[in-house]
Design a protein around this ligand. Structure first.
Ligand code: DX5
Ligand code: ZN
Length: 220
């Protein structure tokens, strides 16, 4: 099932509640929350207090994408704060098996994230322990970047591996997604589409979300 996960990184932070409602009206079923620490990535965004408030403000599941060093110290706290999905970059966690288990223990879905330059082979030993894989189609840190075209083939190969191994793991994609490329990425096997600029960078986030859903349905 195709789902749009608008990223609040591109939203107006003075009226987050309203913006999320607009995205929901347009058919968004997940809200993507980018947590950046200014260390793993060259940008700082938000943390636990904002996640706690958002969890009270919306019924939609919050998908927290942790772009932080030492995610093992914090992942569980994000689940406790109300995030129903928590994802951790494999590049920064030498004990990711433990971190993923700590997320699931709190009742949230556990995800692993890979950067554009991280090989799919890095996932071999973790695929059995995740609910979803988040494939970065830009280098993490900022919204509004251009989609890296080789991500399509990477997603296709990952989806094939998941199928061949008979796993119940969903593929999410993040970065540079818009109406012009979403169908192609969906055809490669991605199911959850993060979109910042393409939703909250638009004058009407509800209409923009609807447009993405329609474009994704034009499966090639
Ligand atoms: C980038 C973030 C993304 C970002 C996507 O580091 O992980 O979630 O908000 O923004 P767009 O859709 O504008 O590329
Ligand atoms: Zn993200």
């Amino acid at each position: 099932m195709i789902e749009i996960a608008p990223s609040i990184l591109s939203a107006d932070f003075t009226r987050l509640g309203e913006q999320i409602e607009a995205a929901e009206r347009g058919g968004a079923t997940i809200i993507h929350v980018d947590v950046m620490d200014g260390h793993f990535v060259p940008n700082i965004t938000l943390g636990l207090p904002v996640v706690r408030s958002l969890a009270r403000a919306t019924r939609l599941p919050l998908d927290t994408h942790l772009m932080i060093s030492e995610p093992g110290r914090y992942a569980e706290q994000f689940a406790e704060a109300g995030a129903r999905m928590v994802s951790v970059h494999i590049e920064v966690d030498p004990h990711i098996h433990r971190t993923l288990a700590s997320i699931r223990k709190r009742g949230a879905k556990a995800g692993v994230v890979i950067n554009p330059a991280t090989s799919l082979s890095a996932l071999d030993e973790v695929l059995n322990y995740v609910d979803y894989v988040l494939v970065m189609s830009v280098n993490p840190g900022f919204g509004g970047q251009e989609f890296i075209p080789t991500s399509v083939e990477k997603i296709r190969r990952l989806s094939r591996t998941i199928r061949e191994r008979g796993l119940d793991v969903r593929v999410e994609v993040d970065g540079g997604i818009g109406p012009e490329n979403i169908a192609q990425v969906a055809a490669a096997g991605a199911e959850i589409f993060v979109a910042g600029t393409a939703v909250f960078g638009q004058p009407d986030p509800a209409a923009a979300t609807r447009e993405l859903l329609n474009a994704a349905a034009q499966l090639v």
